[in-house]
Design a binder for this molecule. Sequence first.
Ligand SMILES: Nc1ncnc2c1ncn2[C@@H]1O[C@H](COP(=O)(O)OP(=O)(O)O)[C@@H](O)[C@H]1O
Ligand SMILES: [Mg+2]
Length: 219
Amino acid sequence: MLFELERVTMSRDGKVVLQDLSASLPKGASCVAGPSGSGKSTLLRLLNRLADPDAGIVRYGDSDVRQRDPLELRREVCLVPQLPALLEGSVEDNIRFAAGLAGRDPDVPRLLDLAGLDRSFAARSGEKLSVGEQQRAMLARALALEPRVLLLDEPTSALDEEAREAVESTLLDLRERVRLSTVLVTHDLDQARRMADWVVRLDEGRLVAEGRVKEHLAV
Ligand SMILES: Nc1ncnc2c1ncn2[C@@H]1O[C@H](COP(=O)(O)OP(=O)(O)O)[C@@H](O)[C@H]1O
Ligand SMILES: [Mg+2]
């Protein structure tokens, strides 16, 4: 397994949002699905130590994530947040900054291409892009870290139908071109069917089901 959660409990503002949750996410394309407020984003943030649970263990590979330095882990297991948050400056500036943190010299045109942006976006200012384009710039920036795992928090929730389809095909294409695992958070079971091979279903912070999409989300 790529990630394993063992009896994880997590509270926010005194309210239990993940309750005694045990679940696994294998290598490849997996997803965490559930209604709004079910704890999906909270779970995702545990995987690269943006937060640590109140109780229980999160394993990445064979080891407890708490044995890993958080900054180093976050470069290897990179989260693309639900809402884009680019730094001031051009898309290329953003990519170079991220790559610099990981000590890498980025191939900007290739990263743009992987994220579904043409080369002209390198010089464009982040604040003048549409939300969908900003999300792609965030994806290019994440890929500049050369992560082993991408955590994608509802990457299409702010997009219209056409942009959603385009982002989905970019993500499917990306998996063919780059060796990396993805954990996609979604409230949309149809998207889970289209995008993932493995699903962890949550409701009110508890595990509802987990397993192969083919078996658990059969139509
Ligand atoms: N920063 C926060 N502070 C306090 N409570 C939060 C915070 N973020 C989320 N929550 C609460 O935690 C619960 C789970 O939230 P979240 O993990 O964001 O769910 P989902 O991503 O499935 O919509 C919700 O009840 C939400 O209100
Ligand atoms: Mg969320």
